[in-house]
Design a protein around this ligand. Structure first.
Ligand SMILES: [Zn+2]
Length: 217
């Protein structure tokens, strides 16, 4: 079955997608990867894409659809796709439905990792990394004085520069505003399942896997 996964930055969508790919033998399709793959081929189509990307313009939906069709029409991928980061708006969602229909497929499930933005901001803003062994801590949830990893005990924990509250709050707000209509589109179709994205990674995975298993029958 084909499915799509939604989740704001920091919610662990990437991690969960990888787990689902492994568990169910799926293919993860992200439009960013598709574009990079085509550019690498140095085909005339790839070069055209490269020019558009270099100009800083958005890649037109028409091009994305052409790339998506190549995958959707491949028998190996048939009914085994997990869409990640796409569709981003209702028009894309509709044309993706049309495309799947053309190849006798459909979108069977939309997963939404729901998070509390305030907690997510703390998760990201509070992130500290040990400068020696790269273990991560959190000033709010897991406050360490020194790295307590065996044989490490470094006293220097560093912060990523882009992890500041204002930037992250803005990113989350933009995400919510942009994604709401497309999430609603799948809610209306009756295939949306919300999962609490604030739990441990492992229990989120278990819930996602249970939902997919139930649908597959
Ligand atoms: Zn350490």
């Amino acid at each position: 079955m084909n499915l799509v996964i939604f989740g704001p930055p920091g919610a662990g969508k990437g991690t969960q997608s990888i787990k689902l790919v492994k568990e169910f033998n799926l293919f993860q399709l992200s439009t960013g990867d598709l574009l990079r793959e085509e550019v690498k081929k140095k085909s005339s189509f790839g070069n055209k894409i490269q020019d558009i990307m270099n100009s800083g313009a958005l890649v037109p939906d028409e091009i994305i659809n052409t790339l998506l069709e190549k995958k959707v029409s491949t028998p190996e991928y048939s009914n085994k796709i997990i869409f990640d980061g796409y569709p981003r708006n209702i028009n894309q969602a509709k044309s993706l439905d049309d495309l799947l229909k053309k190849y006798n497929q459909k979108m069977s499930l939309a997963l939404n990792l729901k998070v509390n933005n305030d907690i997510l901001v703390k998760r990201i803003v509070g992130r500290l990394t040990c400068s020696v062994c790269n273990k991560t801590f959190n000033t709010f949830f897991d406050p360490p004085m020194t790295c307590e990893k065996p044989l490490c005990s470094s006293r220097e924990l560093k912060k990523r520069l882009d992890d500041n509250e204002e930037t992250i709050s803005k990113r989350l707000k933009t995400y919510d505003e942009k994604t709401f209509p497309v999430i609603d589109y799948y809610v209306q179709k009756g295939i949306m399942k919300n999962v609490d994205g604030m739990q441990e990674i492992q229990s989120i995975s278990e819930q996602l896997i249970t939902i997919i298993r139930a649908l597959r029958g």
